[in-house]
Unconditional design. Structure first.
Length: 155
């Protein structure tokens, strides 16, 4: 079992009182993680240390996507991207907050946040760039798993 200590860095939106995961610094031990977390000044940034195992990177992306979804559903479009770096990278150049281009957000007819349109893939992608679905020639959105079932002859 892979075990890492992750310094989760949140951008805090003062008017909302909620934070959005915007950075993660991967450390090999708890002492190193606590030292790095202590370097973040209180204010609009909050850092916390979490012990994570196995597929921790996927868990970080999932948390980021959930935070972004909540913000988007509440019409708060100034969100941060997720920057995952190692402790060595942090020591070398610090943690830079990244601003993703979310001008192409895609929602279902029911208002469910699906992802972002990526022109280079001609598809709707999730936070990690994985294809969620595509538009057919008639402009209908077909989820990737739906198109796989259709290829296999299912409904």
């Amino acid at each position: 079992m892979t075990e890492k200590y992750v310094v989760k860095v949140y951008q805090i939106y003062p008017a909302w009182g909620m934070g959005q995961l915007a950075g993660a610094i991967i450390c090999n031990d708890e002492d190193e993680a606590n030292k790095i977390a202590d370097e973040f000044e209180p204010g609009n940034v909050r850092a916390e240390v979490k012990k994570m195992t196995d597929d921790y990177e996927n868990d970080l992306w999932k948390e980021w996507a959930e935070d972004t979804d909540i913000l988007a559903k509440n019409y708060h479009y100034d969100v941060w991207g997720l920057n995952i770096i190692t402790a060595d990278e942090y020591r070398e150049k610090g943690l830079e907050f990244v601003e993703p281009d979310f001008s192409d957000e895609v929602y279902s007819e029911e208002g469910e946040f699906l992802g972002w349109y990526d022109g280079s893939k001609d598809a709707v992608v999730d936070a990690r760039g994985n294809v969620i679905g595509r538009y057919d020639d008639d402009g209908n959105f077909i989820r990737e798993n739906e198109s796989e079932r259709e290829k296999e002859g299912g409904e």
